[in-house]
Design a binder for this molecule. Structure first.
Ligand SMILES: *Cc1c(COP(=O)(O)O)cnc(C)c1O
Length: 417
């Protein structure tokens, strides 16, 4: 077995580390919450600020990246990362606002079918969005929002998902990768099961986009939403994205705005809405140009590295991480599924003292991610984490546990944990 040093020397993606602002002594294992800044992203943000400086209002049509078509241009480059046609993807909104937009567009409750199925492990914002959306439609979430339960508190079973797909369900909304345990759900199988029962399927790709390839179109997924600030490294609050399968493109946006217009007609300023043909129709207002700019730089890096190479290295890094932690720190319980096909880009360990352990790691310049009540998430990022870094993480963890240095910290979480 090659040593970590040897693996770093043979790593085809090793050179990308210098593209990122990584503090020298630090190992950043939190790229699944907020990816680090790359030089390319910084550069693109500057370029777009310069276009404002130089062109004023003419920046909408002038310069290297005219703002009027920037979202459309970028969408064509994001599409391969989710396995969709360029016309099915739009860089816009945030995860939560895009859930609202997609539900308001595709969810057409009838007296027979009005329930939305979610899961008990999902991120709160997705749940709040579904509940409030149901209320807006005059439906009671207590009845119309169904939750798939988890047997072990960390993962979902296909059987339990299918069991919730009853005749009165209209939409199934699930994460591709569960944010705590890192379980990757079988997207194609779930979609097929739901479609057989006449149910529409949406996925939240927050924890998979930028970590692995997708096949949304071929898998038949109806809609998807995501952000670009996690594995896509495009900055805090960076503009997110949505996908709507072309079979639904006849639908008027549930929340319409002038940026959903056909681009050739938008400035006619007609009160009659001329819907754009593809996923662009589901944009609402003026795009957040500076919040999209870093994604331009990030896409350059993904195109150079290739998403399959990124996934390959990510799987190797997470395998090494769980192997080393398993050997050296057996006190931590690894709750991420074992099989490559069933896990995303991070490994989750549970321990009752997780909050304190995370603080001790931070002091040792390892940046982890704590998720209440007891989860330590560690995400080695293919672009900027080396095999040697992973070894260092396992060593520091071992020393923190063996010497009980975590006891020097309180087990409370900080405001932003
Ligand atoms: C990160 C994350 C969010 C955050 O939503 P925003 O609207 O981008 O703030 C929502 N859902 C999931 C599953 C997430 O992982």
């Amino acid at each position: 077995m090659a040593t970590s040093k040897e693996r770093d020397q043979q790593d085809p993606l090793a050179g990308f580390k210098q593209e990122f602002f990584v503090e020298k002594e630090t190992v950043y294992m939190d790229g699944n919450s907020l990816g680090l800044m790359s030089r390319r992203s910084e550069e693109k943000l500057k370029v777009l600020m310069d276009s404002w400086k130089t062109f004023g209002i003419d920046g909408w049509t002038e310069g290297e990246h005219p703002w009027f078509t920037l979202a459309e241009t970028m969408s064509g480059r994001v599409a391969p990362l989710v396995g969709a046609g360029a016309h099915e993807v739009m860089v816009t909104g945030s995860i939560t606002s895009n859930i609202h937009q997609m539900l308001s567009t595709v969810f057409q409750p009838t007296s027979e079918r009005s329930a939305i199925v979610v899961d008990s492990l999902n991120f709160p914002s997705d749940i709040y969005a579904v509940e409030s959306h149901l209320r807006l439609r005059g439906l009671d979430p207590a009845e119309s929002m169904r939750k798939i339960e988890s047997r072990d508190g960390y993962t979902l079973e296909l059987d339990d998902i299918v069991e919730q797909l009853t005749d009165d369900v209209a939409v199934l909304l699930l994460p591709s990768v569960l944010y705590r345990s890192g379980q990757l759900l079988p997207i194609r199988e779930i979609t097929e099961e739901a479609h057989q029962k006449g149910i529409l399927v949406g996925f939240d790709l927050a924890h998979s986009i930028g970590a692995m390839p997708h096949n949304l179109h071929d898998d038949g997924v109806d809609f998807a939403v995501w952000c670009h600030y996690k594995y896509m490294n495009s900055g805090p609050g960076g503009t997110g994205g949505l996908y709507l399968h072309e079979r639904h493109h006849h639908l008027l946006p549930g929340n319409a705005g002038w940026f959903g217009s056909d681009k050739t007609r938008q400035f006619d300023m007609d009160h009659e809405f001329s819907k754009a043909e593809g996923a662009g129709a589901y944009q609402i207002g003026t795009p957040h140009i500076f919040s999209m700019a870093p994604l331009l730089g990030s896409l350059d890096l993904f195109e150079e590295a290739g998403i399959h190479a990124v996934r390959q290295k990510s799987l190797e890094l997470t395998s090494l991480l769980r192997e080393l932690v398993g050997q050296r720190v057996p006190q931590l319980v690894d709750v991420t599924p074992l099989e490559d096909e069933a896990r995303g880009g991070h490994i989750a360990f549970s321990h009752p003292e997780a909050a304190r352990i995370c603080k001790a790691l931070k002091e040792a310049k390892i940046i982890p991610d704590f998720r209440a009540p007891n989860i330590i998430r560690l995400a080695p990022i293919a672009f900027y984490t080396s095999f040697s870094d992973v070894e260092k993480v396992a060593e520091k963890l071992q020393s923190i546990m063996d010497n009980e240095t975590y006891k020097n910290f309180s087990n409370e979480r900080n405001v932003v944990a």
